[in-house]
Design a protein around this ligand. Structure first.
Ligand code: ZN
Length: 269
């Protein structure tokens, strides 16, 4: 199957955050047939012609494209060692990836795009959503053994199958950059989260120094399965449209960090 055959249609999608149809093209960032643009209204950068879910499920499954990306793009992290050294030298660097364990304690925690389902472990009760057929099977087995379960499907639709106010914590860890229907999954998460709950998001940082320095070879580009490219500003704006307030986690390192980590709470609560 060719990439062209996988395109949803000849029409370009509108902005996943604000629905604006106009976007400034960034042709130097993506090889044909993929088209990346920056929304004229809200400033979010996104893939304008993503493949259908069915294609992502099998043809572009994460575990396959990750290997392809590692093989194809030597040099993509050319600036990263310098950024890492800078962080270490300034004693800024601290991996906060696992902070959610302290925030969510022994609660019911949903991992959207959970892969094999090993991220959420006891005393948390793990729940998951996974699109890849094979990974879902493994995740459900792992999660059932720990008192939870994993649903099979796309995050934006499947999130609505959980009861309202079910979760103390929700994780979107290296997930939201893959999701074409951003607003549906965020609004679904708002509904599924307790009022006291928190949502942790980690996505590639399109505003990073590394991306600005090395452009198209930046490690955050993965065509076509990364469909949204957030900066802190566009991420804050997008989650606010679903009712969330964002607190930045990697505060000091953000400019030289290839990822953004934020903890969200329901606005006004
Ligand atoms: Zn927009």
């Amino acid at each position: 199957m060719t990439a062209n055959a996988l395109l949803q249609s000849d029409c370009l999608r509108g902005c996943p955050a604000c629905d604006c149809a106009e976007a400034k093209p960034l042709p130097h960032y993506a090889p044909a047939p993929w088209l990346i643009g920056t929304c004229e209204n809200c400033g979010l950068t996104y893939l304008r012609n993503p493949p259908a879910y069915e294609a992502l499920q099998e043809e572009f499954a994460w575990e396959k494209t990750y290997v392809a990306k590692k093989t194809a793009s030597r040099g993509s992290t050319a600036f990263s060692p310098y950024a890492r050294k800078l962080r270490q030298k300034l004693r800024m660097y601290r991996d906060k990836t696992n902070s959610f364990r302290h925030w969510f304690n022994d609660g019911h925690v949903l991992d959207i795009g959970c892969g094999g389902g090993r991220r959420v472990t006891p005393p948390m009760t793990p729940y998951g959503i996974e699109l890849s057929n094979e990974l879902h099977r493994i995740a459900d087995q792992n999660m059932q053994a720990a008192g939870g379960y994993c649903l099979h499907g796309a995050g934006a639709q499947t999130i609505w199958k959980f009861p309202e106010q079910q979760f103390d914590g929700i994780l979107m860890f290296s997930y939201l950059e893959h999701e074409t229907d951003v607003m549906s999954v965020l609004r679904g998460a708002f509904r599924a989260l307790k009022d006291s709950g928190r949502l942790f998001i980690r996505v590639p940082n399109f505003g990073s120094l590394n991306r600005r320095m090395i452009g198209a070879k930046w490690c955050g580009f993965r065509h076509p399965d990364h469909v949204n490219y957030f900066t802190l500003a566009t991420l804050r704006d997008t989650v606010a449209r679903a009712g969330f307030t964002a607190q930045l986690v990697n505060t000091v390192t953000l400019p030289v960090d290839d990822n953004i980590s934020v903890l969200l709470r329901k606005e006004g609560i």
